[in-house]
Write a protein that binds this ligand. Structure first.
Ligand code: AMP
Length: 116
């Protein structure tokens, strides 16, 4: 656990969150500032500052994140309508919280990813 990390504190239950799922590897909770009707964060319990620190050794955790995201997408009713599962890494991506997390976003048309 990283001492000043807000998501580590959510995993540990030290600060409140709208938690939807937790097991020995991952935790999922609703984003505090949702950008769509469904906006859930799925995060590894163990601290890493971004996905750039993850690799082969994290296969079980990354697999669990995808499995949990798919399960939650079903529960939230967006599995068939569609959703995005995305991870911001670093400043150009607009990463704000430096504990690896995946956004599960859906429940409205999200629009194309436009080339610039
Ligand atoms: P990112 O830009 O990928 O680092 O996104 C960080 C996300 O964490 C943002 O969508 C925030 O709204 C969300 N967030 C920050 N603090 C909390 C919190 N205490 N509970 C739930 N979501 C949070």
């Amino acid at each position: 656990m990283a001492t000043d990390c807000i998501f580590c504190k959510i995993v540990a239950g030290e600060i409140p969150s709208d938690k939807l799922y937790q097991d020995e590897l991952v935790t999922a909770f609703r984003d505090i500032r949702p950008v769509a009707p469904v906006h859930i964060l799925v995060i590894p319990n163990a601290h890493s500052s971004s996905v750039t620190e993850m690799g082969d050794g994290d296969a079980a955790t990354l697999g669990r994140i995808v499995a949990v995201a798919n399960q939650l997408a079903k529960q939230e009713g967006v599995s068939k309508s569609g959703f995005r599962l995305l991870c911001n890494a670093g400043p150009d991506a607009g990463q704000v919280v430096y504990h690896t997390h995946f956004h599960l976003i859906g429940g409205r048309e999200l629009g194309p990813m436009v080339a610039r």
